[in-house]
Ligand binder design. Structure first.
Ligand code: SF4
Ligand code: SF4
Length: 332
């Protein structure tokens, strides 16, 4: 990795492959139902020239599927890309000590997914995940562990986070299954609230969602989502999309390695990209809500015009929990 200094930066997500060795019930790749493939040496070289030529890379995420199915390709990008930082997002099954050390030497960050004590919904061997996570924590103690919770294990969300803490995790991100549809929204909301209240009380643990909400509330920062301005998804076949959820949807394609980023064309074609959904009209906490995010709208409803009820409830609960934390920090 060669670093880039200063200026407005763009975050790039490079998909190494959409293949994976797990089968998570909530996997967006499986729901996208697209052709499976992986990056080629020719595309790798072109992506590297493209990103380095622009000279604006902030964080580059090396993503999948499971990117470590193609470790050599991941290592190529780590060695040759010019970026402020490089982050590999892995399910952890293929990690080994030699590779972790190699990344640490080059200041490449590894984020690992792990859902806690039960991994049945992923088809994963929990003992293997636990062992590899402990190994990763040994070299990278601040590893961000990404957990997904579903309808069936929401009642154990707090327990699963505590399970990860018990393995030595200091930083966690807990995201809801994007496809979740509650049977009874009221009791679902109550359960969400109960779990997030308990999570907020955990000592010595960084919880990404709450930290971000607190920051946005404190800074009075409205969340905004702008097509092809601050981030770009580069697919393993060299085609560009605004974000992960749009991969392989032709109408959202915004360029490729030959024509470059066609941002203006894409913005004109999709004026509704960052609109709030109808359900949000008059919502008092809309400024703190991230549900104008096109990727999230697409993930939860399959359109950029609406957000799911479950995602709305999750936002309400997290904003309320963050506000309570801020009040407590201020002493009442
Ligand atoms: S580890 Fe990630 S890419 Fe693999 S099946 Fe699970 S969600 Fe999908
Ligand atoms: S909390 Fe719900 S209603 Fe309010 S802005 Fe967010 S998604 Fe819309």
């Amino acid at each position: 990795m060669i670093s880039v200094q200063g200026g407005d930066s763009v975050d790039y997500t490079i998909s190494i492959t959409n293949k994976c060795n797990l089968r998570c019930s909530y996997c967006y790749e499986r729901h996208l139902n697209t052709e499976y493939g992986c990056i080629t040496p020719e595309i790798m070289k072109k992506i590297t020239d493209f990103v380095n030529g622009r000279g604006d890379a902030g964080t580059v995420y090396l993503f999948g599927g499971e990117p470590l199915l193609y470790k050599d390709e991941v290592m190529f990008f780590c060695e040759n890309l010019r970026a402020k930082q490089i982050v590999i997002t892995t399910n952890g099954t293929l990690l080994d000590e030699e590779f972790i050390k190699w990344c640490i030497d080059r200041k490449v960050i590894i984020n690992m997914s792990h859902d806690g004590s039960e991994c049945d919904e992923r088809g994963a061997d929990r003992e293997l995940l636990d062992a590899n996570l402990k190994l990763l924590l040994k070299y990278q103690p601040e590893t961000l562990v990404q957990l997904v919770y579903t309808k069936s294990n929401l009642s154990k969300l707090y327990d699963n986070i505590m399970y990860l803490k018990g393995l030595g995790v200091k930083k966690v991100s807990a995201a809801m299954d994007a496809f979740l549809v509650p049977d009874d929204p009221d009791s679902f909301g109550d359960l969400l609230r109960e779990q997030w209240e308990k999570i907020a009380g955990i000592q010595d643990l960084f919880v990404y969602e709450l930290a971000l909400k607190k920051k946005n509330i404190k800074e009075n920062k409205k969340s905004s989502c702008e097509l092809c301005r601050k981030k770009l998804f580069i697919n393993w076949d060299g085609k560009f999309y605004p974000c992960i959820q749009f991969q392989n949807i032709p109408e959202y394609r915004c360029g490729d390695l030959t024509v470059g980023i066609e941002a203006e064309k894409a913005r004109k074609a999709h004026p509704d990209y960052s609109m709030m959904s109808e359900r949000c009209e008059g919502c008092e906490i809309a400024d703190y809500c991230r549900n104008s995010c096109a990727c999230r709208k697409m993930a939860t409803t399959g359109t950029v015009r609406n957000i799911s009820e479950a995602a709305c409830l999750e936002e309400q609960v997290q904003i309320l929990t963050a506000l309570e934390l801020l009040t407590k920090e201020k002493g009442g």
